[in-house]
Design a protein around this ligand. Structure first.
Ligand code: PLP
Length: 389
């Protein structure tokens, strides 16, 4: 007998938690077409507009003509092609580390990284707001998992002090938190790790291309030495393509090639995606104006939302969440915005903690001022209509 899926879906519907796919009939730009209607999109992680950059498209087309569409096998069998090797060299250079290793997605990068770093008997201390892929990765590892308060250095220190001496320990966090847009206090966390002989693992999915004077990420933003930490990131957000990577020492890379199941037992990513991602890294370095426009847009929208009196998070990034608490209100707001021609998704549990449903706006360098002004005016109107804070 099959489980009662219909009943499970009805229950989700009742709690305003049922999710549904919407088909987008256009590329990921600042406007998207859904069900024949053009909407301003405030929902993409394509922070620098690179998913549609002509240089990336040309690089992918050229690579398809040369290398075909699929890699044909896992990297260790016959799937490692020149574009994969080139991308890893480019990532290592960009992240200022010895080596990088790429994976099929950011999600599988975490699944492939964390269980490889720690054995049974070890301890993983993860921030409570870590992304689902990190939490799943920690659970997949055979070590004990403990969660510390979000950005709670004191709590983390207590847990570090409490553990049995010489227990191998990973401290896992994000550079920029994906749902709140705030930053982890990386210098303090690194200091704690160094004092207690633990390894700091940072997911910089939302920091790469966005944070730091050269867009190298949150580690550059804080002026830390990348050699002191293990970092991973995605190619799917500011880099505009898809896939994930680990950046660190040559030994770490070689070790993962030998130990990481999510690397070993899966077909290599399409070589054209690797070629496009390499081009994205060049564009990020050659067109710093994109990052400047991103931050100008972000600062404009952030200050307008503050003036409106919404409850915002402690965001320090182009992720701007408006906390409305109830899932029903979040859905109502998203629907009203949709009607007015703006797409902002309602983010509800279990993606965020209970009673913290929100609208999550993500900003792009490519949003035009008129679009952002329209978003501000529309949110103001809906705020009045729904009698929100
Ligand atoms: C913090 C974080 N880590 C990992 C991922 C997974 O990345 P990807 O979408 O490339 O699989 C995401 C994105 O959803 C994320 O926000």
């Amino acid at each position: 007998m099959l489980p009662n899926f219909e009943q499970a879906l009805k229950e989700l519907e009742f709690q305003h938690l049922r999710r549904q796919l919407r088909i987008v009939e256009s590329s990921s730009e600042t406007t998207i077409t859904i069900e024949g209607r053009k909407l301003i999109s405030m929902a993409s992680n394509n922070y620098l507009g690179l998913a549609n950059h002509s240089a990336l498209k040309q690089a992918a087309i050229k690579a398809i003509n040369e290398w075909g569409v699929g890699a044909g096998a896992a990297r260790l069998i016959s799937g490692t092609m020149r574009p994969h090797q080139q991308l890893e060299e480019d990532l290592a250079h960009f992240k200022q580390v010895e080596g990088a290793l790429t994976f099929g997605t950011g999600y599988t990068t975490n699944l492939g990284l964390i269980p490889s770093l720690i054995d049974k008997g070890g301890l993983i201390l993860a921030d409570r707001y870590c992304h689902a892929s990190l939490i799943e990765a920690c659970r997949l590892a055979k070590a004990t998992l403990r969660v510390f308060h979000h950005n709670g250095q004191d709590h983390l220190e207590k847990l570090l002090k409490k553990r049995t001496k010489n227990t191998q320990t990973l401290v896992v966090t994000e550079g920029v938190f994906s749902m709140d847009g705030d930053l982890a206090p990386l210098p303090d966390l690194l200091q704690l790790c160094q004092n207690h002989g633990a390894t700091l693992v940072i997911d910089d999915a939302h920091g790469t291309g966005v944070m730091g004077p050269n867009g190298r990420g949150t580690i550059e933003h804080f002026g830390l030495n990348p050699a002191d930490v293990v970092q991973m990131g995605t190619l799917s957000k500011a880099i505009g393509t898809s896939g994930g990577y680990v950046a660190g020492t040559t030994f770490l890379k070689e070790f993962l090639i030998n130990a990481s199941k999510a690397f070993i037992y899966t077909t290599a990513p399409p070589p054209a995606i690797a070629a496009a991602a390499s081009t994205a890294l060049q564009v990020i370095q050659q067109e710093p104006g994109r990052r400047q426009r991103l931050w100008d847009n972000r600062n404009y929208l952030y200050s307008e939302l503050r003036v409106m009196g919404f409850q915002l998070t402690n965001t320090q990034s182009p992720i701007l969440p408006i906390i409305v608490k109830s899932s029903e209100t979040a859905l109502k707001m998203a629907q009203a915005l949709d009607k007015a021609g703006i797409y902002i998704p309602a983010i509800r549990p279990p993606t965020v903690p209970k009673n913290s449903s929100r609208l999550r706006l993500t900003i792009s360098s490519e949003h035009r001022k008129e679009q952002l002004m329209f978003v501000v005016k529309t949110i103001q109107k809906i705020q009045k209509e729904l009698k929100l804070a």
